[in-house]
Design a protein around this ligand. Structure first.
Ligand code: ARG
Length: 457
């Protein structure tokens, strides 16, 4: 029987009931729904809205229901309209009249809002811990490969030499900002809507500070219309999760490239790669590809939330039931991706010789060659031009700047002497870039240390 049976003269159409129902996806909030109800019962008991003894009985009844769902003794009815209706119905089945008093001074509108917030607060903490784990892995790997020279790219063209540790620490910085953004999303989720009622609070003398305290909220929604119809925290979280997916997807793209025979900078552990059903030589970076692909789902979830919310008049409208599948999917997807991605990075084999070889073949030290002339007094534009001519000559002679004899250098610019070879050695190119933010080994080690200490607290 429906909650509104008194007002209606017909049962709901079965297919329409399925359409209207949210139990298939909101049942995952059963714990939060019960926690919210326990706090509400305690508060209305304390405020003298129901008898204290009845509040006690309701709390005990709810605790039993929670234990029974947890143990599998009680299964959630898939035909119930939503988790709130199911729990309240079960309570009434068990307690009779007393169970019916729980919904005094409350609406499903503030109830669902508090449930989602309680649920997401836990999820944000879990995602944050997972991101921190990935950052830790990156810092450790960066320390290990702080002196490993690799080509740095712009336009996917070899540009200047960097270190592998420096490259990894770039992702650590992105993820560090993601952690900060998750904390911001948490702050906006941490406000309690309970007591907003259906939209305009209640005439019962409730005390919202009691429920906020019992449920561990640091803030209380200050306007009841906003309290029941605010889903900013879902949109904000989905935005943060989308940015995280952009970062993971970009990183995945690089891993995929680095695994190719054209690069071969890294090799993924067998446990995090797949083979081909037909080509025996293949080892595919499926995990990275899936992470890259799954970013699309999360962006889609964000778009769903934005679109659902943008046109609804205050306060609650049933459209908002669409919030849950989107935000749950975004959270689930990011958690799943991180679960596979972090150990994939942790176990991947780095191939420094191949990185070095790639760095040695692309005139990646041309800037340093020009800088060498500048340090000897030439204006940068002249030095740039002379070096450009040298590079063209090397290409013509199928050689490198390292191997080109000094006489050839001198023919193009008198200022060159033997010192140039030292200036363009890859190690010197990298270690010379010691300014804050640079790729030199000592910088990378300092960056890794700094980031590790930041995420420790
Ligand atoms: N299942 C609903 C939701 O997820 C709960 C709130 C129902 N409120 C209502 N007035 N129909 O949004």
């Amino acid at each position: 029987m429906k909650l509104w049976a008194g007002r209606f003269s017909k049962e709901a159409d079965k297919k329409t009931n399925d359409f209207n129902s949210s139990i298939s996806f909101d049942s995952r909030m059963y714990r939060e729904d019960i926690e919210g109800s326990i706090a509400h019962a305690e508060m209305i008991g304390e405020c003298g809205i129901i008898e204290k003894s009845e509040a006690q009985a309701i709390i005990k009844g709810l605790e039993d229901i929670l234990a029974d769902i947890d143990s599998g003794k009680l299964t959630i009815d898939p035909d119930a309209e939503d988790i709130h209706t199911f729990i309240e119905g079960e309570l009434t089945k068990r307690l009779g009249q007393t169970g019916k008093r729980l919904h005094t001074a409350r609406s499903r509108n503030d109830q669902v809002a508090v449930d989602i917030r309680l649920y997401l607060k836990k999820q944000i903490k879990e995602v944050t811990a997972q991101v921190k784990e990935l950052v830790t892995v990156l810092c450790k790997k960066a320390e290990q490969y702080s002196d490993t020279v690799m080509p740095g790219y712009t336009h996917l063209q070899r540009a200047q030499p960097i270190t592998f540790g420096h490259h990894l620490m770039a992702y650590a910085e992105m993820l560090l900002r993601d952690i900060d953004r998750l904390e911001g999303a948490y702050r906006h989720t941490d406000a309690m809507p309970l007591g907003s009622g259906a939209l305009a609070t209640t005439t019962y003398p409730i005390d919202r500070t009691v429920t906020a305290k019992l449920l561990g909220f640091s803030d209380i929604c200050q306007n009841s219309l906003d309290g029941v119809s605010d889903r900013d925290f879902c949109m904000e979280l989905a935005s943060v999760l989308s940015i995280i997916m952009v970062h993971l997807s970009r990183f995945s793209e690089e891993i995929i490239m680095w695994c190719s025979w054209e690069f071969k900078f890294v090799e993924l552990d067998d446990a995090f790669s797949t083979g081909s059903s037909i080509m025996p030589q293949k080892k595919n970076p499926d995990i990275a590809e899936l992470v890259r692909g799954k970013s699309g789902r999360v962006f889609g979830d964000l778009m769903t939330l934005l679109t659902v919310m943008k046109g609804i008049a205050l306060a609650y409208n049933k459209d908002m039931q669409e919030d849950k599948e989107a935000i749950f999917d975004a959270v689930d997807t990011v958690k799943m991706c991180l679960t596979a991605f972090t150990p994939m990075i942790d176990t991947m084999k780095v191939l420094p010789e191949n990185m070095r070889r790639a760095a040695a073949n692309g005139f990646i030290n041309a800037t340093d060659c020009a800088d060498y002339l500048v340090k000897k007094g030439l204006p940068f534009r002249d030095a740039y031009k002379a070096t450009g001519t040298l590079v063209a000559l090397c290409i013509e002679k199928k050689t490198t700047l390292e191997e080109l004899p000094i006489e050839e250098y001198k023919k193009i610019c008198e200022t060159f002497d033997e010192g140039v070879y030292d200036a363009i050695s890859l190690e010197n190119c990298v270690n010379g870039r010691r300014v804050l933010g640079g790729p030199a080994g000592e910088n990378v080690r300092a960056q890794a240390k700094r980031v590790l200490s930041l995420i420790e607290n």
